[in-house]
Design a protein around this ligand. Structure first.
Ligand code: HEM
Length: 125
């Protein structure tokens, strides 16, 4: 059953579902494995999952525990191209469709697409 409300618990489920897909993806898994390793159960991955859960919670509710600089780490990743961002969005959309009813999924998709466009513009790709 897809959720028709946004909670911290289901955002966490979204983030875990998304990264499970990412780590199986030939094109974009290497970027994540290089920085965070291949084991989602590791401490570094658990921290990343909590960080991203807080990030999406803060975006959704306009308040929350994320107060970082979302773009900054992406400047340190070499080889990022438009195709990688398209794949990132495709996997994120698939995860959203699994977790949320259509109108909630759509709102996240709009936010993610805008952020991805901003990142690509900042990276000049
Ligand atoms: C192909 C596209 C992308 C790749 C390969 C990628 C990869 C990564 C990696 C490896 C990190 C961890 C960096 C580190 O800890 O050193 C990271 C952090 C992060 N990413 Fe991405 N990312 C992509 C796109 C996006 C998009 C589109 C968003 C948002 C919609 C996003 C949001 C974030 C956030 C919020 C962080 C944490 C920033 C912080 O440290 O505060 N990423 N990303």
């Amino acid at each position: 059953m897809q959720s028709n409300e946004i909670t911290k618990e289901n955002i966490n489920k979204l983030v875990v579902t998304f990264y499970t897909k990412v780590l199986k993806d030939e094109k974009i898994s290497p970027f994540f494995i290089e920085k965070l390793g291949a084991d989602m159960k590791s401490e570094i991955w658990q921290k990343h999952i909590t960080l991203l859960t807080n990030f999406w919670f803060t975006i959704s509710f306009g308040r929350g525990e994320y107060n970082g600089s979302p773009f900054a780490p992406h400047m340190q990743i070499s080889g990022l191209d438009r195709e990688s961002f398209e794949r990132w969005l495709k996997l994120f959309f698939e995860a959203l469709d699994k977790i949320y009813v259509e109108d909630i999924a759509l709102k996240f998709k709009e936010r993610a697409s805008i952020i991805a466009s901003n990142f690509m513009r900042n990276l000049s790709i």
